[in-house]
Design a protein around this ligand. Sequence first.
Ligand code: CTP
Ligand code: CA
Length: 225
Amino acid sequence: LARGATAPDLAGRHVVISAGGTREPLDPVRYLGNRSSGKQGYALARTAVARGARVTLVEANTGLPDPAGADVVRVGTAVQLREAVLKAAADADVVVMAAAVADFRPAAYATGKIKKKDGQEPAAVELVRNPDVLAEIAAERGKPGQLVVGFAAETDDVLANGREKLRRKGCDLLVVNEVGERKTFGSEENEAVVLDIDGGETPVPYGPKEALADTVWDLVTSRLG
Ligand code: CTP
Ligand code: CA
């Protein structure tokens, strides 16, 4: 499908997209976060609406305006994101996990602001694992035939790590980005390879995040049949 074309090939489909980055609170004023802007997830939401899908966008801390025509669910933490995605996925044809989900959260939340004291070294922050939402969705498949798409940002051995991650997560497609200086975080553009579970590889040249989004939907629609 040519970019800019709006063939309604996702008409009648419910797609769920997570976008942004979770924030894991330490105390009322601090959190552990990441650099995800949410722009790729929003591009996926806009292009899916343009292709006729019913879109649920589960958004974590992006600050971006709601895309026209999508139902937006706002979450903060990984645990909240899991709950919102699982709920929306119950009747979804496709789930795309574009959000950067924190792998760990502070083991304890301090209800009052953590204060420093003169002459005292800071205490270590104890962390615990967050649930792996993508692996859980891929294992459960809320609806028969549901397709599950993951994202991965890698710095080294990008394709080998991506292939291993695709298998480990159990999803159908994995969009693998190489993280670099100008690439991915906060940028309007992206470059990626989409790996599929049957061994296929679709390179997507450096370009607008909408173009990568449309390639994802092309691969999804051909697999949905
Ligand atoms: N993901 C998720 N839940 C988590 C962590 C990641 O659903 N707790 C999803 C992301 O949304 C993304 C995919 O898993 O679609 C890959 O994320 P990534 O951080 O690359 O994978 P990890 O398994 O966390 O591996 P790593 O140790 O490299 O961070
Ligand atoms: Ca991770």
